[in-house]
Design a protein around this ligand. Structure first.
Ligand code: PLP
Length: 359
């Protein structure tokens, strides 16, 4: 078998033990003589899988009964519309913070449904900084404040949880489960699965129950969190295989010791890579130090003309998916939970060697 070091930003690497288990169970699962993809979502066996996945997630993130856990579809992007439809009435104002490409997309979608007031925007600083909260303009009469704690493309991460009087809504697609989280500080957390959870298409939402039942009259049933909550995320046929796999990932995290353990591992991976970048004049990361992402590390080479040679050499060294996002250029290494320290070390060795040869 030749699995290579995968730094893809998403869909991202999955833990090998999880993939092995899914392979072992693929044809014959849970003693039913069929795969998990081939049975009713209402069957006892599958309902047990969905319940176990939710229970495991609740333990990992210490989610209280005040919150509903929803397995939704359409990725995180669908929630850009679901958030205003569920939490605001027509004409009502909402606050949004813009710190990169994803919060910008959320803003564009938000504007289709709500009167969006931009509380802060770091576009003028190329999204290399997180505006400190004391310069934000928030409004107590807004329906909520939306932000993106980790900007996957820019590699920018908030070092603080905003303090607001309105419900706090966070797109945590690329940071959820990377470390412990104080769920109680949020009204709604949502995350597309393909970074730290499981296969693409699935989206997890953690919704404070008092925020359910506020949706607009015209909200499609499939976007209405209350409908999902009332139907245990099975209003229609859920993405059963994705939920099953997410459950295996949660189990894997628990076996590893949970999110404190993961935080330490992730910290180490990130500091290994940032150490190489900062220790050279050849590589550069433009993000202000205190706002650098643990999960997504963009970097440029001193001369962009070397990018192609870097990527070619990386590929030959079994280092995959390092090309930066088209809007940023350069390179990006995503260091999600399933990426191991050894992979980061192979990458760092390659970078040092490349610098020696081309620097
Ligand atoms: C990947 C990502 C998304 C988009 O997720 P989809 O599942 O493709 O809709 C949204 N927000 C953030 C922060 C992401 O990293």
């Amino acid at each position: 078998m030749s699995r290579r070091h995968n730094f893809c930003a998403g869909p991202a690497a999955l833990p090998l033990p999880v993939l092995n288990r899914a392979r072992d169970e693929l044809l014959e699962w849970a003693g039913v003589g069929a795969s998990v993809m081939e049975v009713s979502h209402r069957s006892g066996e599958f309902v047990a899988v969905a319940e176990a996945a939710e229970a495991s997630l609740r333990r990992l993130l210490n989610i209280s009964d005040d919150y509903a856990v929803l397995f939704l579809q359409g990725g995180a992007s669908t929630q850009f519309a679901a958030v205003p439809l569920n939490l605001s009435q027509p004409g009502q104002s909402v606050d949004q913070v813009v710190t990169g490409q994803w919060s910008k997309k959320a803003l564009q979608e938000g504007r289709r449904f709500a009167d969006v007031r931009v509380a802060a925007n770091s576009a003028e600083q190329n999204f290399f900084v997180v505006p400190p909260q004391d310069v934000w303009q928030t409004h107590a009469d807004s329906a909520y404040l939306h932000y993106c704690p980790n900007e996957t493309i820019g590699g920018l991460e908030f070092g603080f949880v905003p303090e607001v009087s309105t419900p706090l809504v966070a797109d945590m697609s690329s940071t959820i489960l990377s470390r412990p989280l104080d769920v109680d500080r949020f009204g709604v957390i949502y995350a597309g699965a393909q970074k730290n959870i499981g296969p693409a298409g699935l989206c997890l939402a953690i919704v404070r129950r008092d925020l359910l039942g506020r949706s607009r009259e015209e909200t499609p049933a499939m976007l209405d969190w209350q409908v999902a909550a009332d139907n245990d995320s099975m209003y229609n046929t859920p993405p059963t295989f994705a939920i099953y796999l997410a459950g295996l990932v949660f189990e894997w995290l628990e076996e590893l010791g949970g999110l404190n353990e993961m935080a330490a591992t992730n910290q180490k991976k990130a500091s290994t890579l940032y150490g190489v970048i900062d220790g050279s004049d050849f590589y550069h990361n433009p993000v202000e130090r205190q706002s650098r992402s643990l999960m997504n590390v963009p970097f440029t080479l001193v001369d962009a003309a070397l990018d192609a040679a870097f990527l070619k050499g990386a590929e030959a060294a079994d280092l995959l998916n390092l090309k930066g996002h088209r809007s940023v250029g350069g390179m990006r290494a995503s260091l999600y939970n399933a990426v191991e320290q050894t992979s980061v070390e192979v990458l760092c060795d390659f970078m040092k060697d490349f610098e020696r040869r081309y620097g």
